[in-house]
Ligand binder design. Structure first.
Ligand SMILES: O=C(O)CCC(=O)C(=O)O
Ligand SMILES: [Fe+2]
Length: 201
C-alpha cells in the first residue's frame, strides 16, 4: 500500500484525489508514551455537546483546542476558541513544522480514553482552514484505525495509526474524502491525537 517499508521514513500513500504521507515512527514509542501521559495530565480537556439531527449529544471523546489568539473556528456548530499554547504543545508543533515545512497556528487535541471513544465520518473542510489545507496528525498512545472513504466513489481504506506516527493530509484530501476513527470494543488503553492546523485569519 505504501511506497516504502522503512518505518522512520516518510511513506506516500497512493490514493485518487488525496495526498497522504505517513511517517510510522515520527516519535519513538517511549517518547510517544511519555507525551501521552503528560498531555493527559496537563491539557485542559472538555467534553462538548454537539447538535446532530436536531438532538444534543455528548461527543464520544475529550477535546482541547490550543493556538494563536486569532485561530478561532467553527467545528460542528461550536466555536472553538484557542487556549494559549503550552510549552509542551509548542515543542511538538515545532517538530511537526520542521518536518513538514508548514506553519501551524492551532492544534486540536482529541483524547480517546478507550475503544468506546470514537470520531464519526467528517472532512476537515471548515472555511477557516482554506482550500486544500495541510493537516499534520500525531498519534500518541494506543494504535487506532483511521478509516477513509471517498465521497464520490465510496472507495474505503484503513490505516492503523501507530503510536508515535505522523499522518499528513494535504491537497484535495478533505475535498474528496471523509475520515473517521471507529469504536474498538477490545481496546482498553487511551490514545491522544493532535491535529496541527493553519487557521486563516
Ligand atoms: O484521531 C484522529 O486520528 C482523527 C482526528 C480528526 O479527524 C480531527 O481532529 O479532525
Ligand atoms: Fe478530522
Amino acid at each position: 500500500m505504501f511506497a516504502t517499508n522503512d518505518s522512520s521514513a516518510l511513506q506516500t500513500l497512493d490514493l485518487p484525489d488525496a495526498t497522504l504521507q505517513y511517517v510510522p515512527a515520527f516519535l519513538n514509542v517511549r517518547d510517544a508514551d511519555d507525551h501521552y501521559r503528560a498531555l493527559c495530565d496537563s491539557l485542559n480537556w472538555r467534553q462538548d455537546n454537539i447538535k446532530m439531527f436536531g438532538r444534543t449529544v455528548r461527543i464520544p471523546r475529550l477535546q482541547a483546542y490550543y493556538g494563536d489568539p486569532q485561530a478561532r473556528y467553527r467545528y460542528s456548530g461550536l466555536w472553538m476558541l484557542p487556549q494559549p499554547w503550552t510549552e509542551h504543545l509548542q515543542s511538538l508543533r515545532e517538530r511537526c513544522q520542521s518536518h513538514t515545512g508548514q506553519v501551524f497556528n492551532a492544534v486540536l487535541a482529541n483524547w480517546y480514553r478507550d475503544g468506546d471513544d470514537s470520531m464519526g465520518w467528517h472532512s476537515d473542510d471548515e472555511p477557516e482552514l482554506g482550500a486544500q489545507p495541510v493537516i499534520a496528525s500525531l498519534t500518541l498512545g494506543s494504535c487506532r484505525d483511521f478509516d477513509l472513504r471517498h465521497k464520490v466513489t465510496g472507495q474505503k481504506i484503513r490505516i492503523p495509526l501507530q503510536n508515535g506516527s505522523l499522518l499528513i493530509m494535504s491537497g484535495t484530501t478533505q475535498q474528496y474524502w471523509q475520515h473517521a476513527v471507529p469504536k474498538r470494543k477490545s481496546i482498553d488503553n487511551g490514545r491522544i491525537n493532535l491535529t496541527f492546523r493553519r487557521i486563516q485569519a
